[in-house]
Design a protein around this ligand. Structure first.
Ligand code: BGC
Length: 471
């Protein structure tokens, strides 16, 4: 029987970005430097020494970008606020020029009936705070809470959906353990301290939101990656549990169960701080929603050389992988949503990021950018979330990563995740076939997902989308 697809009427259909990845002009109008400015300007840290100094020039082109969102039919937009635009040294004096930028953006979104969803921290820590120890300094919970209050006071009358942190796991794993991301440390003893302080900062900001009586909702955004054991061998099963604790439960258990996963003591050994439990009261503030960023799963096996988790990934030869080497596995998204509900209760969920980097063919003569692999990826993952909703998961929105091709951190501009192509010479935006497809899904409330995965031309031929979106 033909499957039917119909999403709830108030479902949020959005796309996501982050400040440093798209804005450019990081020091405009009085802003202070962030750790990403320093990192990208240090030798050997980013591909081709690329930085976000121009990125997508969204800082000046934001109004056109908002117009494009509206043309595509998006009713929500997830962006992040640059801490050092608001407070150039991370604490103390406010920067009116920085606040004014987000003011304009939020007003522009609301004028087009696009719900703003603001994230307070997407990796671009003020450099001045890094000088004081950054996420290793326990005072950062207070610094972050004070910054959050400034944002709530400035924008909270119009922004009703807030996330504290984006992906604390990536901040600690990439920033403090493996060093591929700013601030680029590689230290087993720092990673758990950074994690605990990130989560304390999250809890402190939630407390400020509650105490301030702001009218809206606040949550946390985590990246979750289901871990499937490669075999039934007890060593692989143990490794899978460790990997799941390290990457997923490390950030969920303290919030929802007021405990750290027991496996973390095994993973970090003597580096796991004796005082970790003292932070739990602050961390376990009730939140209004959980944002999940889903990109892939990993098939996991024991590997004693892969420190500190001692778990490795087994490549699946018959499966598709993205250009960043991530297995495409939409069924794991359905399973993940069901398992979050089973483990942590019926909290409202959003997919706050989902997408893929693929090689996109250059723009054709007729101006189209065909990205059939991304269309296929979106088609499968949107079906997967519908399956979860049909099975009773309270999923309230989906944000594609990303609205625009953008600065992919230490990979520079080498990986394109956008549903909208950006020409990095002219900065011209061109919606790809995937943007037209997504637009068709939104306009039909999901009904077009009943069709087999569309080919590029068929999207236009079937009249599901128009060559110029919104026409
Ligand atoms: C991050 C984004 C990043 C994306 C693709 C997510 O982990 O939130 O900033 O661009 O993954 O790597």
């Amino acid at each position: 029987m033909r499957e039917t697809f119909r999403f709830p009427d108030h479902f949020l259909w959005g796309a996501a970005t982050s400040a440093y990845q798209i804005e450019g002009h990081p020091h405009a109008d009085g802003a202070g430097p962030s750790i990403w400015h320093r990192f990208a300007n240090s030798p050997g840290r980013t591909m081709n020494a690329e930085s976000g100094v121009i990125a997508c020039d969204h800082y000046t082109r934001w109004a056109d970008d908002v117009a494009l969102m509206s043309q595509l039919g998006l009713n929500a937009y997830r962006f992040s606020i640059s801490w050092s635009r608001i407070l150039p040294t991370g604490v103390g004096a406010k920067n009116p020029g920085g606040i004014a930028f987000y003011d304009r953006l939020v007003d522009g979104l609301l004028a087009r009936n696009i719900t703003p969803n603001a994230t307070l921290f997407h990796w671009d820590l003020p450099a001045a705070l890094d000088d004081r120890g950054g996420w290793l300094n326990p005072d950062i919970a207070d610094w972050f809470a004070d910054y959050a209050r400034v944002c709530f006071d400035a924008l909270g009358d119009r922004v009703k959906m807030w996330a504290t942190l984006n992906e604390p796991w990536v901040v600690t794993d990439g920033g403090y353990l493996h060093g591929a991301l700013a601030p680029g440390h590689r230290n087993l003893f720092e990673a758990p301290l950074a994690s605990i302080n990130l989560m304390r900062a999250h809890g402190a900001a939630v407390k400020v939101y509650r105490a301030g009586g702001y009218d809206g909702r606040i949550g946390l955004v985590v990246n979750l990656e289901p871990k499937d054991a490669a075999t039934d061998h007890p060593d692989d099963l143990e490794a899978t549990r460790r990997a799941d604790a390290y990457m997923n439960r490390q950030y969920l258990d303290p919030v929802f169960k007021k405990q750290w996963p027991a496996e973390l003591r095994d993973v970090f050994g003597e580096a796991w701080p004796a005082h970790a439990d003292d932070a739990l009261d602050l961390i376990a503030q009730p939140i209004d929603f959980l944002g999940i960023n889903y990109y892939t799963r990993s098939v996991t096996k024991n590997d004693d050389s892969a420190l500190p988790v001692r778990a490795g990934v087994v490549r699946q030869p018959s499966h598709t992988y993205t250009e960043t080497g991530w297995e495409v596995h939409p069924d794991s998204l359905t399973k993940l949503l069901l398992s979050v509900k089973a483990q942590y209760g019926d909290i409202p969920l959003y997919i706050t990021e989902n997408g893929a980097a693929f090689y996109d063919a250059p723009k054709a003569h007729d101006g189209r950018v065909e990205d059939p692999l991304r269309v296929r990826y979106l088609h499968a993952h949107l079906r997967a979330i519908h399956h979860a909703i049909a099975a009773g998961v309270d999923l309230r929105g989906y944000f594609a990563w990303s609205l625009l091709d953008n600065y992919e951190w230490s990979l520079g501009f080498s990986k394109r995740f956008g549903i909208v192509h950006v020409d990095y010479d002219t900065l011209e935006r061109t919606p790809k076939a995937s943007a037209h497809f997504y637009s068709g899904v939104i306009r039909s409330h999901g009904e077009v997902l009943a069709e087999p995965v569309p080919t590029a031309g068929s999207l236009l031929d079937a009249g599901l989308v128009t060559a110029s979106p919104g026409a």
